[in-house]
Write a protein that binds this ligand. Structure first.
Ligand SMILES: [Zn+2]
Length: 450
């Protein structure tokens, strides 16, 4: 896949370099033709006036060249090129078409106005558009695949017809492949996932899955390790997007946490369980701060005003102003106002027993006021430094019967567990994952554990 990506890149460079010269089109046709031979997809585009810059030895006996097809090839209208481009952020339809080598106002108008084809304009960065273009830059066909993870994957196809263009949208089935990666924390989680070549979409799933047990901004230690097994989705041999994490293992500060996905793949219903079949989803998240690339460098949980738990009765999280703050559990907002030294503060009541307080916010999220219901993970406000505060941070209190407690030292409500035939089926899935995790272990440890 990497080689192929590289190849597409090279092709694009040739294409964009030579695109503006009509004469050069046959050069790029030649280069493209050679490219396709390499991947065995298309026939040779003969270009007899060019120097031989690639020599091939053929063992097969070849039929004599058909001269009429060579002549036809010299006519730009009958030449065909396939170009493929990834949508970049900030792309417009115009810039995308230009990179694809399309110089066709009629096609651009059709794409802008046709209810199906116009989805091409709503392209998200990373999506791939493939176009067939003739030697004069006229669009012959274009396809793209929609895969936002929510609706079924769709393919859009635009075809040139005798009197214009037609468009078609169809559902398409993606092929699933499995990738296995492992990484070690040396500085931040993202540094580790980057060096293990794990896409951000997978890194963020990893954060999400373990967000009940690990505060990724504060709990990671140098030398922590993780293994992750995830799906990638493909269509006709082309990578489309990453899928779901099927299993993950995190070795964090001497403990090993496991997550195994179990559920109905087709119905897209399921969840993550530990190796005993206990759900990883708990009543409360470990951290009220949303973890991202921006906050990943702020790995400090600090007490800037008072260093001791006893005097302070809360946890202070240093974070940039504007970092989203989440409610750690389902509940109802009890306070959302300026509270003197606490500055802008929200208190969320979770049932009759527990409540959480979030102070010094720069602002509340839209609609946050007393009596409003919030769900676990909802953004309720943003980090600031209002009230009695020496710098941007979140003061967070976890209260049991209105008494601030250290959330790390109290017994939290139990997570639900699988039972019966579900648990039996789960054990089969879990043992497959255990085998895969073992394969991902560094070699010396694998030998030692035999
Ligand atoms: Zn504080």
């Amino acid at each position: 896949m990497r080689i192929k990506d590289k190849f597409i890149e090279i092709r694009t460079v040739i294409w964009s370099t030579l695109r503006h010269s009509r004469k050069a089109r046959s050069v790029s046709a030649y280069a493209l033709g050679l490219g396709f031979i390499t991947f065995g997809a298309m026939g040779v585009v003969p270009a007899p006036e060019l120097p031989n810059f690639i020599t091939t030895t053929t063992v097969e006996e070849l039929a004599l060249p058909d001269v009429s097809s060579q002549i036809a090839t010299l006519n730009p209208d009958s030449q065909q090129f396939i170009a493929e481009e990834r949508v970049r952020s900030g792309d417009s339809l115009g810039s995308l078409l230009e990179r694809l080598g399309v110089d066709d106002q009629q096609a651009a108008n059709f794409i802008r106005n046709d209810p199906v084809a116009r989805n091409l304009i709503n392209l998200r960065p990373g999506r791939v558009v493939r176009a067939t273009v003739n030697g004069n830059g006229k669009l012959l066909s274009a396809t793209t695949i929609y895969a936002d993870g929510k609706s079924p994957t769709k393919k859009i196809r635009i075809n040139r017809t005798n009197d214009g263009f037609s468009s078609l949208e169809m559902e398409t089935i993606l092929e699933r492949r499995t990738e296995m990666r492992s990484g070690e924390i040396r500085s931040t989680l993202f540094a580790a996932t980057d060096s293990a070549q794990i896409p951000d979409a997978v890194a963020m799933q990893l954060v999400d899955i373990f967000s009940y047990d690990i505060d990724f901004a504060s709990d990671l230690r140098r030398g922590d390790r993780f293994n992750v097994i995830y799906e990638t989705l493909w269509q006709e041999g082309e990578y489309v997007r990453t899928g779901r994490i099927l299993g993950a293992e995190f070795l964090n500060g001497g403990r090993t946490l496991q997550a195994i996905w179990f559920g109905d793949q087709e119905k897209n219903q399921g969840g993550y369980y530990d190796s005993n079949g206990k759900s990883l989803k708990k009543v409360f998240l470990k951290s009220p701060l949303e973890f991202s690339r921006v906050t990943s460098g702020f790995s400090l949980r600090v007490h800037p005003i008072s260093g001791l738990w006893k005097q302070h009765k809360g946890i202070d999280f240093a974070a940039p102003i504007g970092t989203p703050i989440r409610s750690v559990g389902d509940g109802v907002i009890d306070v959302a106002s300026n509270q003197g030294g606490y500055g802008n503060m929200i208190v969320v009541q979770h049932g009759s027993h527990y409540s959480t307080a979030y102070a010094h916010m720069s602002s509340f999220a839209a609609g946050m006021r007393k009596g409003v219901k919030v769900s676990r993970g909802d953004v309720i406000g943003y980090v600031g430094t209002t009230g009695w505060s020496t710098g941007p941070h979140l003061h967070y209190e976890f209260r049991v019967s209105n008494e601030a407690r250290n959330p790390n030292s109290i017994v939290m409500p139990e997570a639900p567990a699988l039972a019966g035939s579900d648990l039996q089926n789960f054990h089969a899935t879990a043992s497959t994952m255990a085998h895969r995790f073992a394969l991902l272990m560094p070699r010396d440890e694998r030998l030692a554990s035999r």
